[in-house]
Design a protein around this ligand. Structure first.
Ligand code: LMR
Length: 330
């Protein structure tokens, strides 16, 4: 080999060595996943499953840190934090996106979905998939939907018919549709963070709230709410979200692997959600701290009649096509 060829070969070897060393030493990608619920809930378990899958498959290259119980951010701040790069993944309830899109308000329309199968069908159908991009203009993209379940009404007195809710104060998530829903029955809705609900109920600063069985159980609302009306009047699901900047900035070989782990974690979370809706309801009954109010068909129909006009109020903001597709999913 000529002298210059030897020189060139050693140069190539040296460059390759430096390059591979720098790849090996590349700082891991950090994903902070912030949420507001307890770890033993559908969302808490989904987030932990995502971390576990990433640790197993991409350990060293990607590090997931999960922050439950509003430890890092409440849902009123988490999306701003995401846009600033302080959080990479979150899964706020679909009711908490009004600053970013009006279309997701569809999920708050009372009595729209008859059960969780209908919710799943709509989310996985063409309109539901289109809605994953509803916040894109604001720099956020939906990576998927996660279930929690149908909401029930808890209160300090039994709620059988809409008149029972009149002049009562209910905590709601930060959604104008939910405000309209409670105003329709003559109640007073108050938008408050999830982290404050227990104390508000305990101190009787408010009379009631609406939530899923797993949230009512895991945050002990049933201990300070003697009545829970099994109304199944609306859905509480999550938008698993990231910032476009973070997502598109991921290396092309890692992005699909992270998405796959997330999809698997969501499927796992959905199974947990279905199980918890049954198991946590039973635990609340067994505790005898709270009485479950079962509505007759005629009583339930009264709630439907009073709350359903809210759909028309928000039809223009949401889009009639989305509402029609949701109705068809039933
Ligand atoms: C609530 O604020 O009631 C829920 O969005 C909490 C949650 O994340 O399930």
């Amino acid at each position: 080999m000529s002298k210059s060829k030897v020189l060139l070969t050693s140069l190539v070897v040296a460059v390759a060595f430096v390059a591979s060393a720098s790849v090996a030493m590349a700082a891991p990608i950090k994903i902070k996943f912030s949420h507001v619920v307890a770890e033993n809930t559908p969302k808490g378990q989904m987030a932990n499953k995502f971390k576990q899958l990433i640790d197993e498959r991409l350990g060293g290259k990607v590090i997931v840190e999960v922050f439950p119980n509003s430890q890092l951010f409440g849902d009123n701040k988490v999306l701003e934090a995401m846009l600033l790069g302080d959080v990479q993944i979150a899964a706020p309830s679909l009711s908490k996106f009004k600053k970013y899109t009006k279309s997701l308000q569809i999920f708050d329309l009372p009595f729209l979905f008859k059960d969780m199968a209908a919710v799943e069908k709509f989310q996985q159908g063409p309109e539901g998939q289109k809605l994953l991009m509803a916040t894109k203009k604001k720099g956020l993209i939906g990576l998927g939907y996660l279930h929690n379940g149908l909401k029930q009404l808890s209160a300090s007195s039994p709620l059988r018919v809409p008149a029972d809710a009149k002049n009562k104060k209910f905590r709601i998530m930060s959604s104008d549709v939910l405000a309209a829903q409670f105003e329709a029955v003559g109640a007073m809705p108050l938008k408050k963070p999830f982290s404050e609900v227990f104390t508000l109920l305990q101190t009787r600063a408010i009379d009631g709230q609406e939530n899923t069985w797993s949230n009512i159980y895991s945050k002990k609302f049933f201990e300070v709410q003697p009545y829970i009306t099994e109304s199944n009047h609306g859905v509480l699901d999550y938008f698993v979200i990231t910032s476009t900047e973070f997502w598109m900035g991921l290396p092309d070989d890692l992005r699909p692997q992270i998405k796959k782990a997330l999809d698997e974690a969501i499927l796992f979370g959905n199974t947990v959600a279905a199980e918890k809706a049954i198991a946590d309801r039973q635990k609340i009954i067994d505790s005898k701290r709270s009485e479950i109010v079962t509505l007759t068909d005629a009583e339930r129909q009264q709630w439907v009649n009073v709350m359903k006009p809210v759909w028309k109020q928000f039809e223009d903001q949401i889009g009639k096509n989305f509402i029609e597709a949701a109705i068809k999913s039933n």
